[in-house]
Design a protein around this ligand. Structure first.
Ligand code: HEC
Length: 182
């Protein structure tokens, strides 16, 4: 069946040409408007509320201190499941520290109103631009505390995890003080 073989080879040639053209147009497209493999559609506020806050709360609540008639009773993680839940929260925090340095993320939805003692989203965005290396340093501090928490969790070290909770609070606050309510 010579005809069908020829058809097939023409088909292959056309296919390769199409790939070539597509390749060029993709390359041109990439030059004109870099299409990045990530889409930071959530605002910074949404990342704080949806990911960072719940994950931090989970770590802060890991060790509860109860004052009872018998004295102070500390209740920490016990089961494998308790520890696994905490580990997932610490991993979320560690990765969220990367999310907040992804370029192109808006600070807040356009209609958000801020109280007077806070910077507006526009002011925050300007401050991030003018003090980008500080922003990155704060994000890295958050990352380091999250990594320390993971180490403590893997070592089943409740005291170490509790100490890391204090450092976590400091990591949140130092960024908020510079970029949110200076
Ligand atoms: C690198 C800087 C940075 C770090 C680190 C950071 N934040 Fe934030 N966070 C901000 C900024 C800036 C805002 C204010 C955004 C706005 O209101 O426009 C904010 C706002 C928030 C909000 C309020 C969101 C809302 O609904 O208005 C919460 C809650 C929050 N952060 C929690 C945390 C917690 C918890 C941590 C630490 C585990 C943390 N943040 C670490 C920069 C940071």
């Amino acid at each position: 069946m010579a005809l069908s073989r020829k058809t097939r080879s023409v088909g292959t040639g056309a296919f390769l040409t199409a790939c070539f053209v597509l390749g060029i147009s993709t390359a041109l497209h990439a030059q004109q408007s870099p299409s990045l493999p990530y889409h930071p559609d959530a605002t910074l506020v949404e990342v704080m509320d949806a990911i960072i806050m719940p994950a931090a709360n989970s770590l802060w609540n890991a060790i509860a201190v109860d004052v009872t008639p018998e004295g102070i009773v500390e209740k920490g993680p016990e089961t494998d499941e308790d520890w696994a839940t905490l580990r997932a929260s610490a991993v979320e925090l560690a990765e969220a520290s990367n999310l907040i340095v992804i370029p192109g993320r808006a600070v807040a939805a356009p209609d958000v109103e801020s109280p007077e003692y806070e910077l507006s989203p526009t002011q925050i965005a300007e401050l991030m631009q003018s003090h980008w290396s500080d922003w990155v340093a704060h994000s890295e501090a958050l990352h380091r505390v999250a990594q320390t928490s993971i180490l403590m969790i893997d070592a089943r070290n409740a005291k170490g995890l509790s100490d890391a909770g204090g450092d976590l609070d400091a990591a949140c606050e130092s960024c908020h003080q510079q970029f949110w309510y200076p």
